[in-house]
Design a protein around this ligand. Sequence first.
Ligand code: F6P
Length: 541
Amino acid sequence: MSQLTQSPAWRALLDHARSWSDRGLRDLFAQDAARAETYSAEAAGLFLDYSKQRIDPRTLELLMALVDQQQLQSWIARMFSGALINATERRAALHIALRAPREAQIFVEGVNVVPQVHAVLDRMSAFADAVRSGLWTGDTGSRITDIVNIGIGGSDLGPRMVCEALAPFASGPRAHFVANVDGSQISATLRHLKPASTLFIIASKTFTTQETMANARTARHWLTSHLGETSVAQHFVAVSTNADAVREFGIAPANMFEFWDWVGGRYSLWSAVGLPILLTFGPLMFRELLAGAQAMDQHFSSAPPVQNLPVLLGALAVWNNNFLEAGSQVIAPYAQRLERFVNWAQQLEMESNGKSVDRDGHPVDYATTPALWGDVGTNAQHAFFQMLHQGAATHAVDFVLPIAADHDHPEQQRLLIANCLAQSAALMLGKDAGAVRAELQAKGFSGDALDSAIPHRVFRGNRPSNTLLLPRLDAYHLGALLALYEHRTFVQSVLWNINAFDQWGVELGKQLAQSVLCAMDQPSSAELDGSTRSLLSRMQP
Ligand code: F6P
């Protein structure tokens, strides 16, 4: 048994959870007219309604006791002060420094990192302005019309998601993203581009990631076969922590935008990894994004836990996952522009908290991150919502809804809002057999036909969800939303006593890919398992 599951706060929550087996949200709303108001909180322009969670005042009290017991406040303070909280890599986790104001002071091993952050931000801004204004041209003097970000994981998902989410505000070159080592993605991208007006950003923290380097070499070959070797200087820039590898690839240090080992890949869109955002929308909009995130950082580090959005979201996620045994965490943004938000949140949460040992290396005897998945509403309603409503397992859902539309179709915005609110209400209320019976009788059903139809139409209800409202989907509120989810991930890791900032689990696959590659060249020398050997032999000519 781990210390955590033996701890007083954990055991009290387990006991309390038993009392929830026969309690329904519908009744709680009926008994308490102020429930929606009680279970809501606001920060950085975002409004959270968590009244449809299966909680009561006692639940909240016990969750806050767990927050206390796990010393969350002290972990937050340690994170914000640059302590080496990523212990397995002896690194700080300081994405908050990337959005700190110029005058702030945040020290990592005695060095104030804020001036470095702003120096790179200033260089990125100057470069973006030069490209956007036409001052920086391609090798032949052509204006840059297209940028291609080559990166994967955190070096792709963040900037790609922001570029999609803010698309109506685009005012610079078109942004393209190539991540997959499957060559069909880069060939489809390059097919429509002109070398003379294309700028490549090679984004890789390590600058060794196999997929990114393969795509970068393909892009380099494409460019130089049209414009010659010397054109690389005007058409390639790099975003990395690895200056040597960047130089070796042939990109001059002047064209490299640096970031630091205390920025985790999945937390890096605020760093130089955000360069495509500056190029597409301009430096001012990037600063708006940072300002929204910073407002959420301030809230996270100062608001009392029970009014603190990331703390509430994190604690509720643990309640659902570990005590009410929710099957998974679904995110349903009711905003087409947030389609990629789910992928970004997936890496954020599952790469951070997909762990099975605690900070001290002991195996855990409790569930850590649930599977996180989802899609935009209303599309999701016509795909997987059937399971959310009537599946045997319960899943926790986050509804995310920007209120103001970015288009001239107010009737469609009304439909979108109505659907979002209706889905969370339906998950919570359900429909019992009595209501189904009355409805069917009104439609003329009777006898066996009526009795046999009822069970299929009953909804158990009582399925938990959060609803998060944004006034509109602009850079500031998007920044706040993303920082909220980053901090929620951290809160969960503290409550589970795991390190959210390493990712050793992706290493084994990378190593084995190298072995398989060797085996493809020299099949006889390879030490492969039987299945891999057999699959490979079927593919040999
Ligand atoms: O393989 C996982 C991972 O290490 C992620 O954590 C990271 O975001 C991604 O690969 C890309 O890494 P890099 O930026 O070093 O190319």
